[in-house]
Design a protein. Structure first.
Length: 221
């Protein structure tokens, strides 16, 4: 057991990496999908929505549009009806229809394999592109969602106030060949042990080990 805080970011990062690898040796993608296109759509739908809800919605959506070609033929109103439980359905439905048409017209129906081309698609930001590049194509990336941003700050792996700074700091701290699995491990740990409401910075194992003398902070209710 640790007797004092890890003195440097590098030491804290090494502890986090080792402990999370032991806790989560396997890193399955929590969004159900069968290929790069269905992963892209699932990640787009996950914005401000739980993975569990996305997984309940996508079977009906992919039954109508399992490929970009098929999805491009589905009316936007029908897409919106199916994905309404995910929230932001008007914007997401337009984005799904629009990116499907672009994939067909510009990329032969295939999901492009570069960050630039992905981020040109409607509704696809850097985080979504990073997930697709890392999990569909195996390209090293470190997608930063709210869990990762929060835990990286809580564990003092970054002092960045933006997800962009957090991504840069985490990429500098961890070996590139660990990025794709580690970003999922941090998400898993944040949901299971170190949630925004479930840990005050002293309650979970990693917080206790990294900062045994830390005073509790107010937990948002």
């Amino acid at each position: 057991m640790a007797s004092r805080p890890c003195p440097t970011r590098a030491a804290r990062a090494a502890f986090v990496d080792k402990r999370l690898a032991a806790l989560y040796p396997e890193t399955p993608i929590p969004l159900d999908h069968k290929d790069a296109f269905t992963l892209l759509i699932a990640v787009l739908l996950s914005a401000q929505c739980t993975d569990k809800r996305v997984n309940l919605v996508t079977p009906a959506l992919f039954a109508l549009g399992p490929t970009a070609e098929a999805m491009a033929r589905v009316p936007v109103a029908e897409i919106q009806r199916i994905i309404r439980p995910c929230g932001l359905s008007p914007q997401k439905a337009r984005a799904i229809a629009g990116l499907s048409r672009i994939l067909v017209g510009k990329h032969g129906g295939a999901v492009p394999r570069t960050f630039g081309e992905l981020e040109e698609l409607p509704g696809v930001g850097h985080k979504t592109a990073s997930v697709v590049m890392s999990q569909a194509f195996g390209v090293p990336a470190f997608p930063v969602d709210t869990h990762i941003h929060r835990l990286a700050q809580r564990w003092r792996l970054t002092n960045g106030r933006s997800v962009e700074q957090t991504e840069r700091d985490l990429k500098a701290l961890f070996p590139e060949d660990r990025w794709n699995s580690l970003h999922l491990r941090i998400i898993f740990y944040g949901r299971e042990y170190c949630s925004a409401r479930g840990c005050d910075g002293t309650g979970c194992e990693i917080c206790r080990e990294l900062f045994p003398g830390r005073r509790p902070v107010a937990v948002k209710k």
